[in-house]
Ligand binder design. Structure first.
Ligand SMILES: NC(=O)c1ccc[n+]([C@@H]2O[C@H](COP(=O)([O-])OP(=O)(O)OC[C@H]3O[C@@H](n4cnc5c(N)ncnc54)[C@H](O)[C@@H]3O)[C@@H](O)[C@H]2O)c1
Length: 262
């Protein structure tokens, strides 16, 4: 098993069709114990039951990751429950509050930065001292192809995810000496609530039916389809595991060969 007896924290796990949920199940299948969190929590108990049914331990914690104190509580509860943290998967994110650059308010920018970037930053600052003491760890950040290959109308999101990539590389540089690896995944269109929400916005803006907007995303990659959350979660598991022991400071695409973007 790739993550036998490792303790993994994952943010943004409350959607059954989300990448966080899928990553939690896949980590448990690979032998990990889990701390799953989200700011909405109605499904987290169910996720914990599924993980326990796989023979692993799990707890859930409510946390708005844009608030440093709530992130710290997740990490404290992880230590209380399991005594260590081997892997952090910064997955929670938002793709709302976007639009044409000149129409983006400061509030829209702040919201994207607060959740997509600072939430991950808070988690890294809270977790790294534990990983250091333990002799190492792995951080996996869910960025986006929208960072490295931006499309028009998403400047706050793109900016926040690019900041995440910068943070990830900085951590890889500073903590390689402590055997802590830090990498990003950069998903293309993945069929989740957030992903389909993006198509809903495109449909409104272009005044086209939702189905057509969904098809536009299919044409944006050479495989000609949306990705499954599990296809992105597999990459998270790989980067979290010792299979990726010589991989750090990287950003790996999981976008079916994205052909759109700049
Ligand atoms: N779906 C895509 O096409 C796509 C593409 C590239 C990157 N991503 C990134 O993947 C990650 C996972 O998203 P997903 O597509 O699986 O969708 P998702 O619908 O599962 O959304 C992410 C989760 O984050 C949670 N969340 C949002 N704000 C939060 C906050 N302040 N505190 C705590 N939790 C919060 C949500 O409740 C949700 O459960 C996100 O960071 C997203 O930006 C998604």
């Amino acid at each position: 098993m790739l993550l036998e007896n490792k303790v993994v924290i994952i943010s943004g796990c409350n959607s059954e069709i989300g990448m966080g949920w899928s990553a939690a199940i896949k980590c448990a299948e690979q032998g990990a114990d889990l701390v799953v969190c989200d700011y909405t929590t109605d499904k987290l108990g169910q996720l914990v039951e599924k993980i326990e049914a796989l023979g692993r331990r799990a707890i859930w914690v409510q946390a708005d990751i844009s608030i440093r104190g709530q992130v710290q509580q997740v990490v404290d509860q992880a230590i209380d429950a399991f005594g260590r943290i081997d892997v952090l998967i910064n997955n929670a994110g938002i793709a709302t509050d976007n639009g044409p650059f000149l129409e983006c308010s400061e509030d829209m920018l702040d919201r994207n930065i607060a959740v997509n970037f600072k939430g991950a930053w808070y988690f890294c600052q809270a977790v790294i001292p534990h990983m250091r003491k333990q002799g190492g760890g792995a951080i996996v950040n869910n960025a986006s192809l929208n960072a490295t290959r931006p499309v028009a109308g998403w400047a706050p999101y793109t900016t926040s995810k690019m900041a995440m990539i910068g943070m990830s590389k900085s951590i890889a540089l500073e903590f390689g000496v402590d055997n802590i690896r830090s990498n990003c995944i950069a998903p293309g269109p993945i069929r989740t609530e957030l992903g389909l929400g993006g198509s809903r916005r495109v449909a409104e803006e272009m005044d086209i039916p939702f189905d057509e907007a969904v098809k536009l995303a299919e044409h944006a990659n050479v495989l000609g389809r949306w990705g499954d959350p599990g296809e992105a979660a597999d990459l998270m598991v790989y980067l979290a595991s010792d299979m990726a022991s010589f991989v750090t400071g990287s950003t790996i695409d999981v976008g079916g060969g994205f052909v759109a973007g700049l």
